[in-house]
Design a binder for this molecule. Structure first.
Ligand code: BGC
Length: 347
């Protein structure tokens, strides 16, 4: 029904603008049905940020900022050109359906961000059950992708689909190792392609979206509209210092030293080689650090280095994250943290 409505609106818009003799004006949120080009050829992303609120379970926790246009205009104005929206879709899925009120809210967030000129990466996030038991969960995974793909199939190509965040192999009945990830990821790509033949899909690198997982990643060679998400937080002792969920007893500050740069250099070198060899674009969809304990000067140097080294090899990045404990934006002060934002933007 919704699809029909979108298609009819698009048709009416095109007819009206053609009658008036102007170039057909297409809503920025709908794709041009006559466009035969490959979206990968016009993908223009460089600097992005994760809005991690949607990874929570309870709909009522949405802060009002997430639906406000001014949030996205501000993000854009600071120099970001894309956002990543991590969504725990499995929490909103029941009996073959996605929760209607959740999807309305999500539509409105995506529409607002697209209207503000941001590219949006819709990321299937935080589904931990599938890591230990692929067999019991894959049917649901495919069903969710069938529904999401159908729901957004007429949206502008500035909306990208990211198949699964940080897949990893966890002990259990059917662990999600690289082999299994390839199997379910290739199947999800097929499902998405039934309704979205050309939308850019973001695939996961195995083992937590890591650079070392890239060597095991298999993707369809004849599909140019796929990019790959990798994340880097190594060394964790540095980037996650003060994150109580990671290391509850850690109260001692960990300073930046050469080992941190050596780690980043390794990531960048591997990514450069991968892109050169495969011709596939890599996107650093998550990097960042917990800010509570770290030295501000170290934070700036670290973030500035990761961002600028990525840019040097033509790898777009998205900072983790907007306004929580790694937040570039401080919600209580209602302002951006200059030592984070300026470092990211190379200022
Ligand atoms: C997780 C977050 C976590 C972040 C940094 C993300 O992928 O979903 O919960 O804070 O990584 O560790």
């Amino acid at each position: 029904m919704k699809r029909k409505l979108i298609t009819s609106c698009l048709a009416v818009a095109v007819i009206l603008s053609c009658l008036s003799g102007c170039t057909p004006s297409i809503s920025p949120n709908l794709r041009d049905l006559n466009d035969t080009s490959n979206p990968i050829d016009s993908l223009s992303i460089k600097r992005g940020i994760n809005l991690s609120l949607l990874e929570r379970e309870n709909l009522s926790i949405f802060g009002s900022f997430i639906t406000k246009e001014k949030t996205y205009l501000d993000i854009k104005e600071q120099g970001f050109d894309h956002i990543r929206l991590p969504v725990n879709f499995h929490l909103y899925y029941k009996n073959g359906k996605l929760n209607g009120s959740f999807m309305k809210k999500l539509d409105s967030i995506i529409n607002t961000a697209l209207n503000c000129g941001l590219t949006v990466v819709l990321d299937f996030h935080g589904w931990y059950d599938i890591n230990s038991d692929v067999n019991s969960n894959k049917r649901e995974f495919y069903e969710i992708w069938t529904l999401v793909s159908e729901h957004y199939k007429d949206y502008s190509y500035n909306l990208l689909f990211e198949i699964l965040n940080e897949p990893y192999e966890e002990e259990g009945p059917d662990p999600l190792n690289a082999y299994k990830l390839n199997e379910i990821q290739l199947e999800a790509i097929k499902i998405i392609r039934e309704t979205n033949p050309k939308r850019i899909i973001v695939a996961a690198s195995p083992e937590w979206n890591t650079w070392w997982g890239l060597k095991d990643l298999i993707l369809p060679e004849d599909d140019p509209n796929i990019i790959v998400d990798i994340h880097t937080y190594q060394p964790m002792e540095f980037t996650h210092q003060g994150a109580l969920w990671y290391s509850p007893d850690a109260t001692v500050q960990v300073r930046l030293d050469d080992s941190v740069f050596t780690e980043i250099n390794k990531v960048i070198k591997t990514c450069k080689e991968y892109m050169g060899k495969t011709g596939r674009l890599l996107w650093l969809g998550e990097f960042g650090m917990e800010l509570t304990l770290a030295d501000e000067g170290d934070v700036s140097k670290y973030l500035g280095y990761v961002a600028s080294e990525s840019e040097k090899i033509g790898m777009p990045w998205a900072y983790w994250e907007y306004n929580r404990s790694f937040g570039a934006y401080d919600p209580s002060e209602k302002e951006w943290r200059p030592y984070v934002l300026d470092a990211l933007m190379g200022e």
